[in-house]
Structure formats: C-alpha cells, structure tokens
Design a protein around this ligand. Structure first.
Ligand code: FES
Length: 602
C-alpha cells in the first residue's frame, strides 16, 4: 500500500492509499479541505499539489495547459489527475488560507417579537376540588394557548416538570402554540441562531431573543465545496452517487452544529438554551439542507422540489439545539432565486418602499431584483465564476494575500487582503485592474489589450514595461508573475455582460427608466468590497445608476436574523416570495440582445 505524506501549513498527515488511487479522492476521504471548483474535471487548476518526493509522472497535455510550464517544472500536478503508484510526499499550499467572509448586514428597525417566546406562570395547585389533568392544567393556565399536535414526550414530562419547582413553570411558545414546558422561571434563557448558507461560505449569528442583541458571529467555508465550487457540480454529485445527497446533507448539518457549538462556547451558553434557528441559502443549498432531491434544479425547466417556507422541529432536521426548538427555512421563489434573495429583499426593505430599488447580489450567479411595494421582478444571471476568481489565470477567492485593489495612477500599486504577500487576484481586484487598464487606454472598448500601447503622459511611461506575453497571449503584469491576461479580460467581459444584461432585462420588463431607480443595493462580499467607480467603469453596473449605489453587506444573513426576531418579518418573507415575478433569462431574446451589447466596454 503506498504511503502519502501530506504537508499543509504546519500540519503533516500520513495517509495509506490504494495502489493507483486518485489523489484527489484520497484527500477528500481524509477530510482535507482542497479547492475543486471543476469537481475533478481537470479544468480549474485549483486542486494542484506540489510533489516534493516520490513518483512525478509526465504531465498530461491538460495539466500543461492548466498549470503552465513553470508550475510543471516546479513539480506541480493536478491532484484530480494524479494516480498514487508509490510512496509520495506532497505539499498543499492553499489549505491554511482563510476566506474573507462578509457577515455584517444593514439593519432596519423593527419591533421585537421573536418566533419563539417564553412565559413564566405559577399554576394553581391540584386539589380534591381541582382534579383536572396536569396537561390540561398547563393548557388552561394561559388564555389562547393551543397545541396542534401535543408531543408524547411533552405529555410524559409534564407531571415531573410542573412539580419540580412547586408549579412554577415556563411555557415555550411560538405564537399561541405551546412547544414545551420547563420547570421554574427560565425566561432569561432564550436564544436563537440565524444562518446564511452560501455555496462557498457559511455565516451564522447567535442572537439573544429577549432583547435582540447579537452575541456572536461565526463564519467559515461551506464544506460541500469539496464536491465542486458551483451548485451544478454538487447536484451532479447527488445524481452520480447514491449517497451523494446524504453526504452533502451531513456536511452542512455537521457544519451548522459545529458552528452553533463554537458560538455557544464563546457566549458561554448551552445549546439547550437555543429555541429557534432561521436559515437562508440559494435554492440548491436549502434542498441539500433539507435532504430534498435537487436534480430537477439543474436542467430545464428547472423545477425545485419546494419553495415555500419550511417550518419543522430542529431535531428532525438534525440540528442540535433545545429539543423543543424550531427550524424555519425561509421561502424561495424559483430554482435560481432562493431564500437568500428573499432574505436580502426583506432586510433592505425595498418591498415596502414607494421608491424603486435595484438589488444585486453577485456570485457565480448574479441575483437581481427590481421593484418596490407594488411589484418586484427578479432574475438570475449566469455570470460564471470569474467574479469569484475562477477561470482567471491568477484568480483566487477572497483569501488572505488576494490582490483586492489595483491602481495604475503612478506606476502599479495594489493592496492585498490582510496586507499579506500577494498570492493571486480576487474578483474585486480583477474588476479594479481591468477598470484601470481601460482608464489608461491599455485595454480598448472591445476588450483588446494593446501590446503597442503608447503612454500619454510621462507618469504613465513606466506602465509600458508591464505589458508582456504570458501563456502565448498579451497580458499586463501586476507583480511577480501575477498578471491579467487577454483571456481574463474576455472572461470578465462575459461575466459583467451577463449581469448588466440581466439588469437591462428587468428594467425593460418593468417598463421603467434607469432614472426611476432611486436605490441600488449591492449585497454580499463582492458587493461590499467592490470599488463602485471600477464597477461603473467596466459597465458591470449601468452608468446611469451612479450616485445611487450602496453596499448592504450580508443582506441575506440580516434577513435571517430579522425573521428570527420578528414574526411579522418572517411572514413578510412569505409575502415577498409570492410577490416576486421571476423572469427566466435562458429563454429571453431580450437577454441575448442586451448581452451582446453589454459585453463591450463603453
Ligand atoms: S483541476 Fe482538479 S479539481 Fe479542478
């Protein structure tokens, strides 16, 4: 049996492999977190490892294309293309890098009316003249208290519970419905958790339901990413593997449980003090969360199994909180407008305003919503992964060391996340870099990188030496061997063209003009960190919207928090999901026309 030694950060692991076993499969089985946006198809290059010693096979044509000669020479290979034939020592370089995840959202005021409440009462003690049963005694203690289907466990527990503190009890309720009973006055201990499950990241918030205070925040990577960076790869995994759906469900439930554990430890409370959890995510993520088949989301006519709000006992979902605790999965609209978008519309308040607003949440898909209290239109535009750094030569996610802003005003200068040594360029850096290249005239309005560019001023003269050839195409060097290539520019044109075309389709559909739009909300990490001027410069956001743009952070997560703290907001989420008119872009002729125009830089 070959032995594989994996070096990652300051950890060293030793794993036994089967003769000829695929290295990526081995790493996944060992729960090693490795980025695989193409899910092992050998096209993204993100699963690369460096072979430090042992069998170094000749590279395939594919590996040469994806990794480039320099990396091949330095011993890099794609783990998804590598068969373990003998003992080998490998280095995983990206494993210890931490993602930059936006957890803050914009808050609106609302009345505190949490989805689960407690009430302390002292029951009238039984006597020969008051012989009603313990359960009926509890029910009769509070006007309007109802039990739809009393849990057998609750009935079994009641005799002991009510006598423990001499008939002093706390009722746990959702609305007027009785969920459970606790001995004594426990009304001070009432907490909830809100979770935003992104395809790439997960953000969770621990909230004190007695006063609405946010006690702590947790953010991490979605562990499902080992089955692909995008929802389609993960759905494919559930189709290809009999246990695929189970695996994806287990991964997210375990992650939620461990993030609840971490937050409880930080806030010094017990899991059993948590009585409610609200969850948002795109429609595929909520299907995996509920262990509901998602395969019909992946192919036309794109039919999800469920879009309505799912309200169940948290235990049934596998979430480890108080046994009486409830889980609320916010409603979605369609296969590609999920509960996360509904949550974002909820937290921006655009569904209640007279002014027309535009909400844009850019990821692999760009979810776009336009409207006001009268009507809301939404579409999901397949931008591709360029804004997340994929399919870009030196593209990476928003991790430490990612170049996130670039200026060419006086030579080349840039900043990186965490101020670390540059390791690649993330989406906001790409947008910034290409906006700057346009500004300088190094890239023209068709997207062509001009290798004969002449500086217009003496200050620009030093930039000429950064124009070079990389991978047989024109490129602009940012630092070291990190460059923006002609192909990267084309990728960005496709991505920004798709988003801008989606915006145009909604504007046309709603019969308004750009000047009628009063607010533009940019949601999510990309929307938070993007340089708005650069986004306008490349035409990602139409120029007419200048001056109206405001980042709203993790608006989806904020929507989940508001749903937890306000029964009204939770029911508003249902209203929003029904109110939104979904526009399918794949069959829209307008979209194709706008897309061709929007790919150009104006
Ligand atoms: S190239 Fe191996 S996972 Fe993408």
């Amino acid at each position: 049996m070959p032995n594989v030694i994996v070096k990652t950060g300051n950890k060293i692991l030793e794993i036994n492999a089967q003769q000829g076993q695929n290295l990526l499969e081995l790493l996944r089985k060992a729960d090693i977190d490795i980025s695989t946006p193409c899910n092992g198809n050998g096209t993204c290059g993100k699963c690369k490892v460096r072979i430090l010693s042992g069998h170094l096979p000749n590279p395939s044509q594919n590996e040469i294309k994806v990794l480039g000669f320099n990396a091949i020479e330095s011993g890099y290979r794609l783990s998804c293309c590598y068969a373990v034939r003998s003992d080998v020592e490998i280095l995983l370089e990206s494993d210890s890098l931490q993602a930059q995840i936006v957890t803050e959202g914009r808050q609106r005021s609302f009345e505190l009316d949490p989805v689960v409440t407690k009430e302390n009462i002292v029951l009238e003690k039984p006597s020969l003249s008051s012989q009603i049963s313990d359960f009926e005694r509890v029910l009769g203690s509070c006007s309007m208290l109802e039990v739809n289907t009393p849990s057998l466990q609750l009935i079994r527990n009641i005799p002991e519970l009510i006598r423990q503190k001499d008939y002093n009890i706390s009722l746990i309720k959702t609305g007027t419905r009785l969920l459970g009973v606790e001995a004594g006055d426990t009304t001070e201990s009432l907490y909830g958790v809100a979770v935003d499950i992104g395809t790439t990241t997960i953000a969770a918030y621990l909230i004190d339901l007695t006063d609405g205070e946010r006690l702590c925040v947790y953010s991490g990577l979605n562990p499902q990413k080992k089955f692909g960076a995008d929802v389609i790869s993960r759905i494919k995994h559930t189709i290809d593997s009999e246990t695929g759906l189970e695996e994806l469900n287990n991964l997210i439930i375990n992650e939620i449980n461990s993030c609840i554990g971490a937050m409880c430890e930080e806030a010094n409370i017990s899991r059993s003090d948590i009585y409610a959890i609200t969850l948002v995510g795109n429609t595929t993520m909520t299907h995996f969360l509920l262990k509901v088949p998602a395969k019909n989301i992946a192919a036309a006519p794109f039919i999800p199994a469920v879009t309505s709000m799912v309200k169940i006992n948290a235990k049934e979902l596998g979430v480890d909180i108080n046994p009486y605790g409830l889980a609320f999965v916010l409603p979605a609209v369609s296969a590609y407008i999920g509960a996360d978008t509904v949550g974002a519309v909820l937290s921006t308040g655009m569904y209640e305003q007279e002014d027309i607003s535009l909400l844009i949440d850019i990821g692999t898909n760009g979810e776009i919503v336009l409207g006001n209290r009268e009507v809301l239109y939404a579409c999901s535009s397949a931008a591709g992964p360029a804004f997340e750094g994929a399919n870009i030569r030196n593209g990476i996610g928003s991790i430490k060391g990612a170049i996130n802003s670039i200026s060419l005003k006086s030579g080349v200068s840039y900043t990186t996340i965490g101020g670390a040594e540059p390791v690649g360029i993330c989406g906001t850096g790409i947008v910034d870099g290409i906006a700057q290249l346009l500004e300088m005239g190094i890239v023209d309005e068709t997207g062509r990188l001009d290798d004969e560019w002449e500086p217009a001023t003496p200050e620009q003269a030093s930039l000429a030496k950064n124009i070079t050839v990389v991978d047989n195409m024109n490129a602009f060097l940012i630092c070291g061997d990190i460059a923006i290539t002609q192909k990267d520019i084309r990728e960005l044109q496709n991505a920004k063209g798709a988003i801008a075309a989606g915006i145009n389709v909604l504007v046309k559909q709603s019969g308004i003009n750009f000047s009628d739009i009063k607010n533009v909300y940019l949601a999510g990490g990309f929307g938070t960190y993007i340089n708005v001027d650069s986004a306008l410069k490349i035409g990602l956001i139409p120029f007419q919207l200048r001056g109206k743009i405001q980042p709203v952070g993790n608006a989806a997560g904020q929507g989940a928090i508001e749903g937890l703290l306000s029964v009204k907001r939770l029911s508003d989420a249902e209203i929003i999901s029904k109110k939104i008119k979904y526009i399918e872009l794949s069959s829209s002729k307008d979209f194709n026309d706008f897309y061709m125009n929007c790919m150009m830089f104006e």
